[in-house]
Design a protein around this ligand. Structure first.
Ligand SMILES: CC(C)(COP(=O)(O)OP(=O)(O)OC[C@H]1O[C@@H](n2cnc3c(N)ncnc32)[C@H](O)[C@@H]1OP(=O)(O)O)[C@@H](O)C(=O)NCCC(=O)NCCSC(=O)CC(=O)O
Length: 375
């Protein structure tokens, strides 16, 4: 038995941002165009007019101020309303590989490791740009890592579920050193023409290096315990998939709303909060960690009010700003990567012996918690 630790994390941040002001301007231009083009059907009551979005609503409903994206021109063009990403030839690196490799190199540099020392790469993300070969294997090759690699998808909980898989393999001795990498191009699965959700997502890639405690060369966090939970729900759903063509005979799938991210946000809010609070409290109690011992919560970054609520339940009081750091104001929801960005940016100041929880939650439903202690 070995003790797994997190010895490095890395964040790749795209160089393009979309502020709420830019986003709302483009959305409202799209809505006006749509309403003008459909004026007759709207006045006949056959088509619903699209209402304007507002910066005030976005900030008060979500806490999001801006998001990073891989392409803003397409998203902000009222005639396009989605990112435009150049298709790569089969002998070029894929876009998820490029983002992931950047994050992995940063994680390796922090841990003082070479890619050749790695013998497991898990590419854990909400969407993968192709069915196969696995993105993880392409990343393994691009880095020059050894061992084996595979993709996995648990939507928003992909990173924590990936960390559990990697930590268990390090613990058992089947691998020595693992990279869990989360390239999330959420801008491509978001429906930017839907006012209810157009502000929610952004793009990023994160990577986490997990190795044996006895091998760690610098500062690190011991992984005390991991716990995963799933419970089926249709409240966050995306019907896009490989069977799409088999259904074209009976339906025009070219622009069907359910082939992008859909959610019943209110229900998600109401149902997921108690599941997550109970999950974290049960997890720490079972391993003998008291809520008063928790120095930090690195939560999934979907919604500020949601995090405020969970923080309060888990700590039993209103958390101080530095106890439950949010990054969603700058990055928006980056699916599985959100809690890892928060961990990567807000963990250096913890003292040896300090304990915290990385926790994701989202589609599935899925919840993953990783209890860590600064060595
Ligand atoms: C989606 C929400 C931000 C929505 O906030 P609210 O619930 O306050 O708002 P609502 O949808 O009921 O809308 C309230 C009113 O505002 C209007 N309204 C909606 N959008 C608007 C906009 N952009 N601008 C102005 N007004 C707007 C609505 O029509 C409605 O009007 P009226 O009152 O007239 O009807 C929130 O519910 C939320 O964050 N839920 C949890 C989301 C979450 O965690 N999802 C997981 C994401 S999946 C994930 O993280 C990834 C994964 O799992 O992979």
């Amino acid at each position: 038995m070995h003790h797994p630790v997190i010895s490095g994390t890395g964040v790749f941040t795209p160089d393009q941002t979309i502020t709420n002001a830019e986003l709302v301007k483009a959305f409202n231009a799209y809505a006006d165009k749509f309403n003008t083009a459909n004026a007759d059907a709207i006045s006949a009551g056959d088509v619903a007019a699209i209402g304007h979005s507002s910066e005030e609503f976005i900030v008060s409903a979500s806490g999001i101020h801006q998001r990073f994206v891989m392409d803003k021109t397409g998203v902000l063009d009222p005639d396009v309303m989605h990112p435009m990403l150049r298709e790569r030839a089969d002998d070029e690196p894929g876009i998820m590989t490029e983002m992931g490799v950047d994050a992995c190199r940063k994680a390796l540099a922090q841990a003082g490791r070479d890619a050749g020392d790695v013998d497991l790469v898990i590419c854990a993300a909400s969407n993968h740009e192709r069915a196969y070969p696995a993105i993880a294997i392409e990343i393994q090759q691009a880095l020059g890592a050894g061992g084996f690699a595979f993709d996995m998808n648990v939507a928003c909980s992909s990173a924590t579920f990936g960390i559990q898989a990697a930590a268990d393999m390090v613990r058992s001795g089947s691998v020595k050193r693992a990279l869990v990498v989360n390239p999330e191009i959420c801008s491509a699965h978001l429906e930017w023409r839907d006012r209810d959700c157009h502000f929610i997502f952004g793009d990023v890639a994160t990577a986490t290096l997990i190795e044996r405690k006895e091998d760690a060369q610098g500062d690190h966090f011991e992984i005390l315990s991991t716990r995963c939970l799933t419970q089926f729900s249709n409240n966050i759903r995306n019907n896009n998939g490989f069977l799409r063509r088999t259904r074209e005979e009976t339906s025009d799938l070219s622009d069907r709303r359910d082939m992008q991210f859909m959610q019943n946000g209110r229900k998600v809010f109401k149902e997921v909060l108690p599941i997550v609070s109970k999950h974290i409290l049960g997890h720490i109690a079972d391993i003998g960690v008291d809520q008063d011992d928790l120095k930090r919560l690195w939560l999934h970054q979907a919604n500020k009010s949601m995090n405020d609520f969970i923080g309060k339940k888990v700590l039993g009081r209103t958390p101080e700003a530095d106890e439950q750091p949010n990054i969603l104001q700058d990055y928006a929801n980056t699916s599985s990567a959100g809690s890892i960005i928060a961990f990567s940016k807000y963990s250096d100041d913890l003292a040896p012996g300090d304990t915290g929880v990385i926790c994701s939650f989202g589609a599935g439903y899925s919840v993953g918690s990783v209890v860590v202690r600064r060595a």
